[in-house]
Design a protein. Structure first.
Length: 319
């Protein structure tokens, strides 16, 4: 790799000290480096998904180095969903499950990227469209999950799930989580959903606090088209719900008794993560660079892999 783009969350690197450290090191190695500094916080609401699409990323970039936390990595993935630029994260956040490089091993990790010493993984993304009764459509993308949740008062919401045009189930719950394998260790896990191998190709539907004794998560094919239909409320009341994409881009849906709103999830594209062997980076369509045995100094394994490894080891011991 010779051409790099450094994507910095300025809230995490206020003086740009780490940004300049990486830029200077790469330039001394003969690499070309361009900077993209995000001034706004990743959780600030966007008026439209178009504002999340990057238009200033050079086409010759080999890798995007993301400085921040998990939220910054998610935002970078959404911005580059149509450009397919490989991504690797440098942990400047509090948890950093999706950022694989720690500052203590920064230079050695950069050397591995320059030598093309990494492996690729693909991670799937979700594309959702909110289709309102008045004909307006709002689109969003997610690497982790799309969540339908109640908005306002603490009341249960009712919705129907259709898969490929066929009614799957009617739910009464606090919401529904549509998650990728990458996002299975997030909200899905907290809601009782299954852990999924990060490179798998599937979609998980997990209801949030369903009013039922037997409703559990449902696993679907990545090619399935999912429609979550929000009908009008009962007794002349409206239902107000929100569609959240990776906890960032939010769309509010208010449905009166005579109308309905649909969230249509279209077949996804992939985004890519890249990792210096044997640890991680993130990127394109979602290809991710997977870890093997051993450790790269200063890196941490992805939370997905730690959970899955622990589960497998416990299962083997029990047998």
């Amino acid at each position: 790799m010779k051409h790099f783009l450094i994507y910095t969350n300025k809230h995490k690197d206020q003086e740009l000290a780490t940004t300049k450290r990486i830029q200077n090191y790469l330039e001394t190695k003969g690499c070309t480096v361009k900077l993209k500094v995000k001034e706004s916080d990743w959780k600030e609401e966007k008026d439209s998904v178009a504002e999340e699409e990057a238009t200033d990323i050079p086409l010759d970039v080999d890798c995007m180095i993301v400085l921040g936390g998990d939220g910054t990595v998610l935002q970078a993935a959404r911005e580059t969903k149509k450009i397919l630029v490989p991504i690797i994260g440098v942990n400047l956040g509090t948890v950093g499950y999706m950022t694989e490089i720690e500052l203590s091993g920064l230079e050695e990790s950069l050397d591995r990227l320059i030598r093309d010493d990494f492996k690729k993984e693909r991670r799937m993304m979700l594309n959702g469209k909110v289709c309102c009764a008045d004909g307006t459509v709002s689109e969003g993308w997610a690497l982790n999950d799309i969540v339908i949740s109640r908005s306002g008062s603490l009341q249960i919401i009712e919705f129907n799930i259709y898969v490929n045009g066929q009614l799957l189930n009617h739910y009464k719950a606090d919401g529904m989580i549509v998650t990728t394998p990458t996002g299975s260790t997030g909200y899905n896990l907290s809601a009782g959903g299954p852990l999924v191998e990060p490179k798998a190709k599937l979609i998980t539907l997990t209801p949030i606090c369903p009013h039922s004794l037997n409703q559990r998560s449902i696993i679907l094919s990545p090619e399935d088209e999912i429609v979550i239909e929000i009908p009008g409320g009962r007794e002349g009341k409206s239902q107000t719900v929100e569609a959240n994409y990776d906890g960032s881009h939010k769309v509010t849906m208010s449905v009166d008794p005579a109308g309905e709103t649909k969230l249509c999830r279209q077949p996804q594209s992939d985004h890519v993560y890249r990792r210096p062997d044997p640890y991680c980076a993130v990127g394109e369509d979602h290809r991710v660079y997977s870890a093997e045995s051993g450790k790269l100094p200063g890196c941490i394994a992805s939370e997905n892999e730690r959970f899955l490894t622990n589960c497998c080891e416990k299962g083997m011991r029990s047998r």
